[in-house]
Design a protein around this ligand. Sequence first.
Ligand SMILES: Nc1ncnc2c1ncn2[C@@H]1O[C@H](COP(=O)(O)OP(=O)(O)OP(=O)(O)O)[C@@H](O)[C@H]1O
Length: 263
Amino acid sequence: MQHVTERERMCPPAALDVSGVSHSYGQKQALTEVSFSITPGLFTVLLGLNGAGKTTLFSLISHLYNTRHGSIRIFGHDISRRSGEALRRLGIVFQARTLDLDLSVYQNLSYHASLHGIGRRAARVRIANLLAQVDMTNRLNDKARSLSGGQMRRIEIARALLHRPPLLLLDEATVGLDIQSRAEILAIIRGLVATDGTSVLWATHLIDEVEDEDQVVVLDRGKVVANGRVDDVVRSAGAISIHQAFAALAGLVPVQADKGSAI
Ligand SMILES: Nc1ncnc2c1ncn2[C@@H]1O[C@H](COP(=O)(O)OP(=O)(O)OP(=O)(O)O)[C@@H](O)[C@H]1O
């Protein structure tokens, strides 16, 4: 059982705390002193254009890369010093597709469950529940290869939730999907926040995926240029909408809001 200190009871840790994180690839500085934190149980959008540093940040949070500069904590557990405790609380859906195409949906999920030490019977129940949650029950025995892009994403989301992580990260989860699949995936994830209290960090460059009540962290060329509730970010940028605020923060000419979609 997890020991909870008096201090933690009084002041629960952030779901994710990123503090002073920098990262470079040789001479290329990808992230510079990135700091922000995510309040448990909220939907937070990490908004940034291509190349802003979203995937690099996700690679550091998931401990794919070592954090050499700064610190990252997941529910108070430092990813470098207590990586097991930290990663147990993290589910992640990467931008690149990661299902084994030659395995069935069930095989993809049960293999991942065993990596997390979930027994076969418990895994079977959990897989059935999660497939119902992402509306994919009828594809249990189908090869991953036979699924559409949106259906593969649903399976990747189910897989990321198998070990019941309280924090879920998704990197450009709707890229390449049609408008209906995008909306459905977003609705599934927003539903997790509303019903299960899951904390979500949703990385995207698509401004129309942001809703008024969301928290937003705007990343531009490796730096956090805005962070807070949507209305606070809009106000502090001197803008009238999040479209306009993002365009100003990223140094772009805004697109017309009624044309929707990406900047
Ligand atoms: N392996 C690498 N080697 C060198 N530079 C890299 C590498 N990976 C990323 N970069 C650079 O680091 C910066 C941040 O890239 P990153 O992929 O993190 O951004 P992103 O916001 O995820 O963009 P996208 O949405 O296009 O994936 C970019 O300038 C990119 O060219």
